[in-house]
Design a protein around this ligand. Structure first.
Ligand SMILES: N[C@@H](CCC[C@H](N)C(=O)O)C(=O)O
Length: 331
């Protein structure tokens, strides 16, 4: 078959976007999983953190399904939703759309550029669930906010929440960002273990100043990525709960691929949602020939590069200088 895809990224969290809706594809679950394993492999000509499948939806403008590089399916992807949001907004010639995801229908709207002419989208991150059985996390309590977990660290504290994909977050000093601790904790809770039977995304967060944080995430099903949108949203919420940032105010979230903004909204009665605002950048579009029974043997027929990455590099350089001076050099 012929397969069309777009390589895109949100904060350097990179994806292959495959539109099943317009191209008339109708993959089986196994085919989606095998496409993720074959095409996300960094040793292949593509390589990505995941595949974003765009499907039609009965009640929304489109439906997004997200497959991690290891072939597992995730319930949500914040950076990916900005890319899918841009794709569907441009396809339907709309400024605001609603995208069906595994557990919620989420609003996406085009927004004023975050930095010098960069296509920018604001996506809703919701629902936010603190009940540990929603991650799931097996521990003898119902919620966990800034508490220790002696099984994985004798000195760090953690918060656990689902947005609705699962996140384990620790607010740390710069010395922890550069140590091997995050990798070792993330590998423990993403290997065979009793605490997180389905694995969990693990983020270390370092507050820079009021209204500004740095987040590094080891993603379930992928490993360290440049950025994780749901993790940056969940981390922003945790810093508001810890009174390091303010609800309702924009928080600059720096990451290894650039920067986004997050607004954490208090909805009352302990309920929250977040607005994740950042780039949706296209790198190239490609056409391949492959057999779905053997997708790793693909042949790339054509590739057209977009030119917008050059503009994104300005934001990336700005973010890099902040991260290097405030995180890496002060460690
Ligand atoms: N990169 C994503 C999250 C992708 C899914 C995650 N690895 C999971 O398994 O939950 C984001 O931007 O949110």
């Amino acid at each position: 078959m012929d397969l069309n895809l777009i390589k895109c990224h949100g904060s350097g969290n990179d994806f292959l976007l495959i539109d099943e809706m317009t191209n008339g594809y109708d993959f089986t679950e196994e085919e989606r999983q095998n496409l993720a394993l074959a095409l996300c492999d960094r040793k292949s000509a593509f390589g990505a953190d995941g595949i974003l499948f765009v499907l039609s939806s009965e009640n929304c403008d489109a439906r997004m399904r997200v497959f991690n590089a290891d072939g597992s399916e995730a319930s949500m992807c914040g950076n990916g939703l900005r890319c899918v949001g841009r794709y569907v907004c441009e396809l339907l010639d709309k400024e605001t759309i609603v995208v069906q995801t595994m557990k919620a229908d989420l609003r996406v709207c085009s927004q004023e550029s975050i930095f010098e002419n960069i296509p920018t989208y604001n996506v809703e991150i919701s629902p936010v669930l603190f009940q540990l059985d929603q991650l799931p996390m097996n521990i003898d309590r119902t919620t966990l906010v800034n508490e220790s977990i002696p099984e994985i660290s004798d000195h760090l504290t953690f918060s656990a929440l689902a947005v609705p994909n699962p996140h384990l977050i620790s607010v740390v000093g710069t010395e922890h960002i550069l140590s091997n601790e995050q990798k070792s904790i993330a590998e423990t809770v993403n290997g065979p273990n009793n605490l997180f039977p389905d694995g969990v995304n693990v983020s270390f967060v370092h507050p820079l100043e009021k209204g500004s944080i740095y987040v590094r995430t080891y993603e379930r099903g992928v490993g360290f990525t440049n950025a994780c949108g749901t993790a940056m949203s969940a981390s922003s919420l945790v810093t508001c709960l810890l009174q390091q940032n303010e609800f309702g105010q924009e928080i600059d979230v720096y990451n290894n691929g650039g920067k986004v903004r997050v607004v954490v909204n208090e909805l009352g009665e302990g309920r929250y949602n977040m607005e994740l605002i950042g780039n949706a950048t296209y790198l190239y579009q490609s056409q391949l020939e492959l057999s779905l029974s053997n997708p790793e043997q693909y042949h790339e027929v054509s590739r057209q590069e977009f030119t917008e990455e050059a503009m994104y590099e300005h934001l990336q350089n700005h973010a890099k200088s902040i991260v290097e001076s405030k995180v890496f050099m002060s460690a």
